[in-house]
Ligand binder design. Structure first.
Ligand code: PMP
Length: 434
């Protein structure tokens, strides 16, 4: 690490002192970054740091820990699975945790989204969706349909093909935009006029377009922007009119985050392909799924082996991860998680409201268990992050958004504590940056 780096704070554990620079951290300028916080344990909605401090996790570990950390039901399921089969390849072999999970997802997803392809990360799930869409058109004799239409402020992953679907100007991958085939990024239509224009545009692009891809209701890492179920329905209908596949990326929105099990259900739409990950295992193990409807799936069925989907991540359908996901789905069945998300929405809406009047705050909004304070420009970022920790909460503002996505099980008291800390810190930040 650079010589300019400050001394380790007192209480830094030996494992961090001796090894910190060997771990290249995500989205981090390693030369100037402060020390990452050493975390020693997790429980419920809290992180315990190596020095014993506790933080309320306002992010649920990047939207994953929907039932809180170390939930006993998920832990027991994973422990039981660990006893007899932690992993086995999925090629040519099937196992109970994966098949049970595939069946349950097929049952819970709307329409004929019934054919589940497992992977280990969201980005790969999106890549698989892209590959399915491209090959669907190849299999049905329209191989020139090989472009994707995506939206400004979109975020679909960090791998090469998914980077091309992210916002090409303002997104974090903008610097790579000449390094891969360009996709077609357009403004998200949000009124009758722009929806009509979008429909005309898709009509023109029809013969070249494989699919439209969208994060339904909430565009996450591209700026935590919301659109209405009506807009989602209209986009779905326009795709259907022009016979263009619709891929919904529910990696962040899926599993209750927006107040319904899947965001698309609020608009009563069923995409051709849906991508799931993050909260799929309740935040315990990496797992993702790309689920196709029967039309897409059927196009791969043939006597010709070349028509098959040639994809197979080594750790796909990992039994431990599938056991965790099954246990997480049990918890959704047994507990009112969706009501909890909507209850969180109400508290976020009222508690974050005072931020609206603050200098440099552009908007305050909430949807399900997602609360956002959007600002003009996120100056003093390190200061902000440090202040949140001093207040006993864990948040990672980025772009122009200070946002929270707490575990769905957070208590009212903890949620109010979290929100009031946000209001206090944003108020100080806004005076400081005025
Ligand atoms: N799509 C969306 C909507 C996401 O929020 C993310 C992760 N932030 C991804 C795709 C990529 O998932 P992963 O980080 O697991 O590759």
């Amino acid at each position: 690490m650079s010589a300019s780096h400050p001394e380790f704070p007192a209480g830094t554990p030996a494992w961090q002192r001796s090894n910190h620079s060997h771990a290249w951290m995500p989205y981090t300028q390693m030369q100037t970054t402060g020390w990452a916080l050493p975390v020693a344990g997790t429980s419920g909605v809290r992180l315990t740091l190596a020095d014993g401090r506790e933080l309320i996790d306002g992010l649920a570990s990047w939207w994953t820990a929907c039932h809180g950390y170390n939930h006993p039901h998920i832990r027991q399921a994973v422990e039981a699975q660990l006893q007899h089969m932690p992993h086995v390849m999925f090629g040519g072999l099937q196992h109970e945790p994966a098949l049970r999970l595939a069946g349950r997802l097929a049952q819970q997803l709307p329409g004929t989204l019934e054919h589940v392809f497992f992977a280990e990360s969201g980005s790969v799930a999106v890549e698989v969706a892209m590959k399915m869409a491209l090959q669907f058109w190849q299999n049905t004799g329209q191989s020139e349909r090989n472009r994707f239409v995506c939206f400004h402020h979109a975020y679909h992953g960090d791998t090469l093909a998914t980077m091309a679907l992210c916002d090409p100007k303002n997104g974090m991958h903008a610097r790579f935009r000449n390094s891969f085939p360009e996709q077609c990024s357009v403004a998200l239509p949000d009124d009758a006029e722009s929806l009509n224009a979008f429909s005309d545009f898709l009509g023109e692009m029809r013969k070249r377009t494989a699919a439209v891809i969208l994060e339904p209701l909430v565009q996450g890492a591209g700026g935590m922007r919301f659109h209405s179920p009506t807009v989602l329905t209209a986009i779905h209908d326009i795709c259907a009119t022009h016979d263009i596949l619709l891929i919904l990326d529910e990696i962040a929105t899926g599993f209750g985050r927006t107040g319904s099990m899947f965001a698309c259900q609020q608009a009563n739409v069923t995409p051709d392909i849906i991508c799931l990950s993050k909260a799929l295992t309740g935040g315990t193990l990496p797992l993702a799924a790309t689920v196709a409807n029967t039309r897409v799936y059927a196009s791969f069925l043939s006597d010709d082996p070349d028509r098959a989907l040639m994809h197979g991540p080594t750790f796909m359908a990992n039994p431990l991860a599938c056991a965790a996901a099954n246990a997480s789905l049990d918890l959704f069945q047994e507990h009112p998680r969706l009501q909890q998300a909507l209850h969180i929405q109400d508290i976020l809406a009222s508690e974050l409201e005072p931020c609206r009047e603050m200098t440099r705050v552009v908007d305050v909004r909430s949807r399900g268990a997602i609360g956002v304070v959007q600002v003009q420009e996120l100056v003093h970022l390190e200061w902000l992050r440090g202040r949140f920790v001093e207040e006993g909460i864990w948040l990672r503002p980025f772009g122009d958004a200070i946002y929270t996505t707490p575990p769905l099980v957070i208590s009212d008291d903890d949620l109010r504590f979290l929100c009031r800390a946000i209001v206090r810190v944003v108020s100080q930040w806004s005076e400081r940056s005025a």
